[in-house]
Design a protein around this ligand. Structure first.
Ligand SMILES: NC(=O)c1ccc[n+]([C@@H]2O[C@H](COP(=O)([O-])OP(=O)(O)OC[C@H]3O[C@@H](n4cnc5c(N)ncnc54)[C@H](O)[C@@H]3O)[C@@H](O)[C@H]2O)c1
Length: 361
């Protein structure tokens, strides 16, 4: 168990701040990953229907609906000594304030993406993390999806040589409705790139193994978000990475076909897959395309995110228990946010935006 729990008895206590759609998914994942040994001891939310649904999720577990204390103010949850680790699944504009307060209390954090909405808020979280006994894992859980992990493993094994060009296409339906409508308000969500595509910018940097430096982008809201200033419904983004590597992202939020394709071209081959699928393909010079089935029990059991939600939770709980560093770090979260902010600025200004130029913004 982590150092700050020295001298304390009993299992790790989890608090969930924000029990909307995502927070309730985490409640289920804690139960599955913790195999009943990791209790959710507290919930915080301001919306009674969200709390009622969260209690219904708890009711399916061994402790029953009353297993967790319920707070309407997240500050009270953070003051609860039974909470060792907190999951923050609030609307995006609240992430920074709550993360800083949680770290000041020494809590371990699973902080949903995007880490924050501005560079200044990222810096505040980083300072709080440096001074805290608590750790931060960022909820970029697509890293744990069956397909993405296999792509990463094959690239690391040298199957396509040096990865050079990477791409991702997310074609999907419009955003689902959220409590209080925060997702379609750019002041609260950060807009499409920040809210959604930070996941994909993270995967592209990770698979290329290279830092993003400059972003060019075109985008608009000609289809489903005509009446939603600040929310793009289609875009094409190009990201220049260090070492002559390049990535692109295409996003369409009006699609009746759901695709989340990702691919990487290396100097010895090409690898690709759809994160919603169950196979990847590798093509190398003079060889037939090889299709590798990657379906696993976790992917089938927890269809959402290809089993990633459960594996993310297992990894987070495990690293806390072993006092090991988180696997998807605050730096990963900040990097993916910077690319998203740069892409938004590139669309807004029609210029190429260097990530360095965002510092302090
Ligand atoms: N990693 C992923 O794949 C993924 C998927 C979905 C959502 N998310 C992220 O999770 C977060 C929540 O998204 P969601 O889909 O659950 O939204 P949601 O609207 O369903 O839930 C948000 C909850 O926060 C509560 N809330 C709002 N203000 C509060 C406050 N001041 N104090 C306490 N509770 C408050 C709301 O009442 C609501 O229950 C967002 O940051 C989103 O980006 C991540």
């Amino acid at each position: 168990m982590s150092g700050d729990r020295a001298g304390r008895r009993g299992p790790l206590g989890i608090g969930v701040i924000g029990v909307g759609q995502r927070g309730r998914r985490h409640l289920r994942s804690v139960r599955e990953a913790g195999a009943g040994d990791v209790p959710v001891v507290a919930l915080a939310d301001t919306h009674e229907p969200s709390l009622a649904e969260a209690r219904a999720v708890l009711a399916e577990g061994p402790g029953g609906a009353d297993a967790a204390r319920v707070y309407r103010d997240w500050r009270e949850l953070l003051a609860d000594d039974a909470v060792d680790a907190a999951i923050v699944a609030l609307p995006n504009q609240l992430h920074a304030e709550v993360a800083v307060a949680a770290l000041q209390r020494g809590k371990h954090l699973l902080l949903e993406k995007p880490v924050a909405l501005s560079v200044d808020d990222c810096r505040r979280i980083e300072r709080a993390a440096r001074d805290s006994r608590g750790s931060v894992q960022v909820g970029l859980e697509l890293r744990y999806s069956t397909v993405a992990r296999r792509l990463g493993d094959e690239i690391a094994a040298g199957r396509i040589g040096e990865p050079r060009l990477a791409w991702c296409h997310e074609f999907r339906a419009p955003f689902r409705e959220k409590v209080g409508g925060w997702i379609l308000d750019p002041a609260r969500s950060g807009g499409t790139f920040v809210e959604k595509n930070c996941h994909h910018f993270d995967l592209l940097s990770w698979l290329l193994g290279s830092e993003p430096e400059r972003v060019a982008a075109f985008g608009g809201r000609e289809v489903v978000y005509r009446e939603r200033p600040g929310i793009l419904d289609n875009a094409w983004v190009v990201v220049e990475h260090r070492g002559g590597k390049r990535a692109s992202l295409g996003v369409g939020m009006f699609s009746n076909v759901h695709k989340l394709e990702i691919g990487v071209l290396g100097d010895e081959g090409l690898i690709e897959g759809d994160l919603r699928g169950r196979a990847i393909t590798i093509e190398r010079a003079h060889g037939a395309a090889e299709t590798i089935a990657v379906a696993g029990p976790a992917a089938d059991r927890l269809a959402e995110h290809g089993g990633a939600d459960l594996r993310q939770m297992e990894a987070w709980l495990d690293t806390i228990a072993r006092a090991a560093p988180p696997q998807v770090t605050l730096a990963d979260g900040v990097r993916s946010l910077l690319v998203a902010l740069a892409a938004q600025r590139a669309v807004d200004t029609g210029t190429v935006v260097a990530l360095d130029a965002l510092a302090g913004g």
